[in-house]
Design a protein around this ligand. Structure first.
Ligand SMILES: [Fe+2]
Ligand SMILES: [Fe+2]
Length: 313
């Protein structure tokens, strides 16, 4: 008997608690931050001057690009069912940065069954990059819709909602227009599902030790979004932006398991950690999340969270 039919036979569709899908593995990456020096003077007459100053004052050192190939090779070797990348592919949204990351990711994209992407604020760094739709032109084939929000179905039980609060702005704060939130609510309500994943570059909560950092990088006027998420039931909130690795249950937003892989190429001498990515295992109601971290010599796998009943309503 084919596997899908065998699964259905074991879990008849009229059993509301059943999950006929097979187990799923999702690789969650974020904040790769490819960077290039601008080559044309016209590329400097905008906010990119700030980004260039940031590069000169440390970002180039903190984001060495040499490990990009081995990072992608590691992801490709895992042959996940799905690859989710939650933004900040680039640093100053240069066309050449987009071209480089798209090309570099190819082995990981081909090895995974599917790719889902949302932009980060650095992918919307300048008004021109937004006007030219550089993010959409780079990853358009993987976007379910040319505009945000959208919902992508991964299997009969699992959907990803993509949000985009990113904008070119003098600060690192984001803003989710009311219309985008209302459309997200309507889209999700139309899609029957048992497992909800929100993909959004900006966290809506962070571990207490990072609350101050989040305040400077928060979504402005977020209470309506937080209020809606608080009534959503069990959901994964996959984000990035703070360049810190975490997997924690939000106390502010009931039902939310917040996941942040951190920045996989970042070297932070003040707060040494093993940069890497997350591997999310879903099996019926159960979830466990592993972190793959590079310690300078090899990849270390650490179990961050395990919950056999997370998706039980
Ligand atoms: Fe970032
Ligand atoms: Fe960011």
């Amino acid at each position: 008997m084919p596997r899908a039919m065998a699964d259905l036979a074991r879990n008849p569709p009229n059993d509301r608690e059943s999950f006929p899908s097979r187990p799923m593995r999702i690789i969650h990456l974020s904040d790769i931050h490819v960077w290039h020096w601008p080559t044309h003077p016209a590329q400097l007459f905008n906010k990119r001057l700030i980004g260039l100053t940031s590069l000169l004052t440390g970002r180039a050192r903190r984001f060495p690009q040499a490990r990009l190939g081995s990072l992608v090779a590691r992801v490709a070797s895992l042959n996940a069912d799905h690859l989710l990348i939650t933004g900040d592919f680039t640093t100053t949204a240069l066309p050449s940065e987009f071209a480089t990351i798209r090309h570099a990711l190819e082995p990981a994209i081909s090895s995974a069954g599917q790719l889902t992407v949302v932009p980060g604020n650095h992918d919307r760094y300048t008004s021109q990059s937004v006007k030219d739709r550089l993010f959409e032109r780079t990853f358009g084939e993987f976007l379910p819709s040319p505009t945000f929000p959208w919902v992508k179905r991964l299997d009969p039980e699992t959907v990803i909602l993509g949000l985009d609060p990113c904008r070119p702005h003098a600060t690192a704060t984001g803003f989710l227009p009311r219309q985008q939130l209302e459309q997200a609510q309507a889209l999700l309500a139309q899609q029957p599902h048992k497992r909800t994943i929100i993909a959004c570059h900006y966290p809506v909560d962070a571990p207490p030790s990072l609350a101050k950092q989040l305040h400077h990088k928060r979504i402005l006027k977020a209470p309506p979004l937080i209020h809606w998420l608080s009534g959503l039931g069990p959901h994964l909130y996959c984000c990035g932006h703070l360049h810190k690795t975490w997997a924690f249950y939000s106390t502010r937003i009931p039902g939310q398991l917040s996941l942040n892989p951190g920045a996989p190429l970042m070297v932070d001498h003040r707060h040494p950690s093993n940069p890497g990515f997350l591997e999310i295992h879903l099996n019926q109601h159960a979830i466990h999340v592993d972190h793959h971290g590079w310690d300078g010599l090899g990849w270390q796998i650490t179990r961050l969270i395990e919950n056999p009943q997370f998706f039980t309503a």
